[in-house]
Design a protein around this ligand. Sequence first.
Ligand code: ADQ
Length: 450
Amino acid sequence: MSRLVVISNRLPLGDNPSGGLVVALQDSLRNSGGLWIGFSGETPSEPADSLEYHPGAEYQRASFDLTPADHEAYYLGYSNSVLWPLCHGRADLTDIDPDYGEGYRRVNARIAALVAPHIRPDDRIWVHDYQLFPLAAELRARGIGNPIGHFLHIPFPGPENCAVMPDPHELFEWLSQYDLLGFQTHRDLANFTESARQLAELIPLEGNRIRLCGRELRRDVFPIGIDTASFIEEARTAQDVDRMRSLTGAQMMIGVDRLDYSKGIPQRFRAFQLLLENHVEFHEKISFLQIAPPTREEVEAYQDIREETEHLAGRINGQFATVNWTPIRFIHRPLPRNVLAGLYRQARIGLVTPLADGMNLVAKEYVAAQDVSDPGVLILSRFAGAAETMQDALVVNPHDPHEMAEAMAQAMHMTANERRQRHSVLLRDVVEHDVSWWSARYLDALAGAS
Ligand code: ADQ
């Protein structure tokens, strides 16, 4: 089997890194004697001019450092102040600056220069996500003719948002240098096709083959999953973690997200407020636990969201709390996986209402964690990639607080029978389409694409 080389923005470090992607890729990496390359997270003023290898995994891991200026322009700047907002439909939150675009190209060229000497003639290369769009073009410029695939974890923007990029044509030239482009959903694939048609040159060929900017390649949909079997086990053996509920016998509703404007957290707080205004019967009967660790705090567009959400939570608690009941608990810390799994299992409602999201793994984790004999209800935004397959959730418009509040009431009233029926369909999807299924399908397609 030819060696698999994975390149992603961050290298998972530590002796026993967990997380879906690590689990998904470790078998293929181990079985092929593979190599995973990524940013170390370190920003010294004078980074080394070579990759640093890290022992301790069953495959090879190698990292690079970035200067503070490169990190700012490439990661905080172009990746997270231009591409992230555009891919999530928020042109209003972009911060376009020529230094960012220049830094993004410079860092991708530097990564290619560091990686190229380590590539063997029969390696397969799998590049992840929006931070590395130009990487295949930069590797090709250094003589790398190997099969190279790209997988985009976040939504692909339609023509209106692509057109906001400083040089939209360049994006499609970069993408044309891959052999396989993978997207989360059919909606992303359609956006890619339409944007490339309007802003570059795309000619559909037979099956999933296309000609893009003069080069032939393939594109397809590969919805990512979670490590379902281990998550089920984690939840089944979890302790009773939330004892607070028992004071009033309230049911728990849970939200788990990075504190990102794409996740729709203020909108769901307003919906909860509306539920409590319109349904006094739920006072002291439902308690909302929102876990949202801050993220990318150096980026300006993230600076208001913490204040806005804290303010909203404070106002709702001020309006409705009683001596024995706090309507919203808002936690800004990451929690260990087993605690999270236990909380999901105890929650009657899983609230996953992003305004835009590539897939959303929390929706799948919530379903996997449920007790099949008495499962909770998933309320899912129709703009999460997960909604393309998880139609037995209560699917809502995250911009409509009335619809979300009514979905919460419906979930509270839902009979055990209906909850079991909906859950069994959702669980089947999460079990059959787990993260190993996803990576195996992608790697099969990459093998056929070159
Ligand atoms: P994210 O935007 O990070 O991922 P998501 O898919 O929900 O979003 O994954 C978040 C992960 O972090 C989940 O596994 C969740 O359990 C974990 N997590 C979140 N908050 C946590 C907390 N407080 N403590 C511990 N763990 C926490 C990007 C895209 C998504 C896409 C994934 C994978 O934005 O759309 O689904 O990549 O492709």
